[in-house]
Design a protein. Structure first.
Ligand SMILES: Nc1ncnc2c1ncn2[C@@H]1O[C@H](COP(=O)(O)OP(=O)(O)OP(=O)(O)O)[C@@H](O)[C@H]1O
Ligand SMILES: [Mg+2]
Lengths: 266, 349
């Protein structure tokens, strides 16, 4: 009984704030408070007209796509090497690569800022954020792809080579189809991480804010809050969609490889 | 002419010396086995032939061609992996047809027929549309065989292909593999740590210990005349008795004197269980020794007796074919043991 109460309280605590988003997004008032006023879609309509918002959204999407693809490619290389080769210091090296996963983001952000401005002397732009987001996405990519490679018999690729394929075509014909669910999951997870990452983007964005940085700027204008709510509602919907997609891909992959489902990240 | 020729192969993994001066010539159409305990370098040797490992020094030649610098996908060999390495995302037919992709010499139209023939050959007709992961261990192995044999390699390499199967299945596949090899006439090189498997299947066996070939020969030669005690211990069952050699005779503890030429001094005398007989009352033999049944193990067709002999703590193992007319002896029974000096194997210690 207490356990059930605990679970209910926990879920409320977790999801109630998110549930409030659409509530106020459709509320015809600039004041975020109960009781609710009339139903409206004008906040959503307003989203279409704000140029700065579109620029920020475009920035975010671009950064998310590029850094996710980069992180997944690099993660693929690392996970494959870890699965395939024995070399001294492997564990230590893999640990080092995974470190950004537990490092406080504020520290990563500050040190990257110092490196980019003081050491390299680059101007801040979307590309500095791409570099930083690639960095923080790599550990997730490796963690996901490591799992994918662990389920993979190392002799499969060798068998393809034995049957006449070269290393690259063996990788493409055998390994890629079998770890495809992992690749997709890595892309989706990286995309969501990059899309809503705030601290690093805030430090490194310069004159090209990402969506979260732009939203943060909006918060100074209380009248714009409902627009933020509308935007948030859309983002939550998009995230749910992405995660469901990722899970579907993962399950399909597990079934294809004929493995037992050991539970994914959902 | 030999189809596979290995000359003074040395292989190091860093500091570890995995293959030591291995030289072998394998004839066209031969069923050749590499036999040895775990970690002795069997897989490593097979992989150097396949082209998955580089040798540190020495030469690998296949069909008269030097293989240095020739990658695995260009070698006229195919491999059946220990895990079978069946592509789980492809159907059985697509698995079998996989190697045909790169074969310009095989016309596209004939591929379906080839796949069917290959599946037929391994007894999997009608399984083409099955998903590969819906197969049993024995069926996977057949798919792996079909996938390799469809390419008509000069040499088929098999890395412990039967070790994942249960005993019944393993015995069935042993004779089937042998039959298949005779049928296709392709040279098979089989890696195994199971001496019985090597003995029943091979034309010739190389016994390996610690990266080195200890002895090579026909199953019968290896079983009858193992050159070292290590080989004798590894192949078949053998009891070792202490002995002392002097002037053309060996005094064997528990058994007695035998006329065998051996270097003077302490020796170990190996005795195979089936070369000894427990004499029935009235039966006689050229050499007889008295003993007592200490223990026995009943196998249905055979019974293995451990015989206590006077003057030694070593129990001599004797195998007897079970006959209806003859009762299985109980421990404690006094017996007479018949033996032949010719069947004793003497090793210096
Ligand atoms: N890639 C490698 N790097 C370092 N050492 C290796 C490598 N591959 C094999 N070895 C070592 O070489 C030795 C021989 O290995 P190999 O796999 O050939 O043995 P094996 O005779 O096939 O044994 P098993 O019956 O267990 O399969 C082992 O001690 C193994 O640890
Ligand atoms: Mg092996």
């Amino acid at each position: 009984m207490t356990l059930r109460a605990y679970v209910i309280a926990y879920l409320l605590f977790l999801y109630a704030p998110i549930a409030l988003l659409p509530l106020f997004a459709f509320n015809d008032s600039t004041i975020i408070a109960f009781p609710l006023d009339a139903f409206t879609t004008r906040w959503f309509a307003e989203l279409w007209t704000v140029e700065a918002l579109h620029a920020a959204l475009w920035n975010s999407l671009l950064i998310a796509v590029v850094s996710t693809v980069l992180a997944t490619l690099l993660g693929l290389a690392a996970a494959r090497a870890a699965a395939k080769y024995r070399f001294p210091g492997k564990r230590g090296l893999m640990g080092m690569i995974m470190l950004p996963l537990i490092l406080p983001e504020i520290i990563v952000a500050v040190s990257l800022l110092v490196v980019v401005i003081q050491v390299l002397g680059w101007p801040l732009s979307r590309w500095t954020i791409v570099a930083a987001h690639t960095l923080i996405c790599i550990p997730f990519s490796i963690a996901i792809l490591n799992g994918a490679f662990q389920n993979l018999d190392a002799s499969l690729e060798e068998a393809a080579v034995d049957l006449g394929e070269n290393r690259w075509s063996a990788f493409r014909l055998v390994t890629v189809p079998l770890i495809a669910p992992g690749i997709v999951a890595s892309l989706l997870v990286g995309f969501t991480i990059s899309l809503d990452e705030f601290i690093i983007a805030f430090f490194l964005s310069g004159a090209e804010p990402t969506l979260p940085v732009y939203i943060w700027g909006l918060l100074r204008f209380p009248a714009r809050l409902p627009v933020v709510m509308a935007l948030g509602t859309l983002l939550v919907l998009a995230s749910i969609l992405l995660l469901v997609l990722a899970e579907i891909m993962r399950r399909r992959g597990v079934a294809r490889a004929g493995l037992k489902d050991k539970g994914g990240f959902l | 002419m030999s189809i596979v020729s290995l000359r003074n192969i040395e292989k190091y993994y860093g500091e570890y010396h995995a293959l030591r001066d291995v030289s072998v010539d394998i004839a066209q159409g031969e069923f050749f086995s590499l036999l040895g305990p775990s970690g002795c370098g069997k897989t490593t040797l097979l992989r150097t032939i396949a082209g998955f490992e580089d040798v540190t020094s020495g030469e690998v030649a296949i069909a008269g061609q030097e293989m240095a610098g020739v990658p695995a996908n260009r070698r006229p060999t195919n491999m059946v992996f220990q895990s079978y390495a069946i592509f789980p995302h492809l159907s059985v037919a697509k698995n079998v047809a996989f190697g045909l992709r790169r074969r310009a010499d095989i016309p596209k139209q004939s591929r379906a027929t080839l796949v069917e023939d290959a599946l037929n050959m391994v007894g999997l007709d009608g399984y083409g549309a099955r998903r590969a992961h819906a197969l049993s261990g024995g069926q996977r192995q057949r798919v792996a065989l079909a996938r390799a044999l469809i390419l008509k390699p000069k040499v088929l390499l098999l890395d412990e292909p039967l070790s994942a199967l249960d005993k019944k299945m393993r015995e069935q596949m042993q004779s089937e593999l042998r039959r298949l090899q005779r049928h296709v006439g392709i040279t098979f090189i089989l890696v195994t740590h199971d001496q019985e498997e090597a003995l029943t299947m091979s034309d010739r066996i190389a016994v390996m210990f610690e990266g080195r070939i200890a002895q090579m020969g026909s199953p019968e030669a290896l079983y009858r005349r193992p050159e070292t005690r290590a080989v004798a211990e590894f192949i078949g069952m053998m009891t070792f008795l202490e002995g002392r050699a002097a002037s053309g005779t060996v005094e064997v503890e528990g058994l007695g004197r035998a006329e065998i030429a051996a270097p003077e001094g302490a020796v170990a005398v190996g005795v195979r269980p089936e070369t000894l007989t427990l004499l029935a009352p009235g039966e006689t033999a050229a050499r007889e020794t008295a003993g007592t049944v200490a223990d026995r193990a009943y196998y249905g067709d055979m019974t293995y007796y451990d015989i206590a002999l006077p003057g030694t703590d070593t129990r001599l193992t004797v195998s007897m074919k079970n006959r209806l007319s003859r009762a299985v002896l109980e421990p404690g029974t006094e017996v007479r043991l018949g033996w032949e000096p010719d069947a004793l194997l003497v090793y210096a210690t």
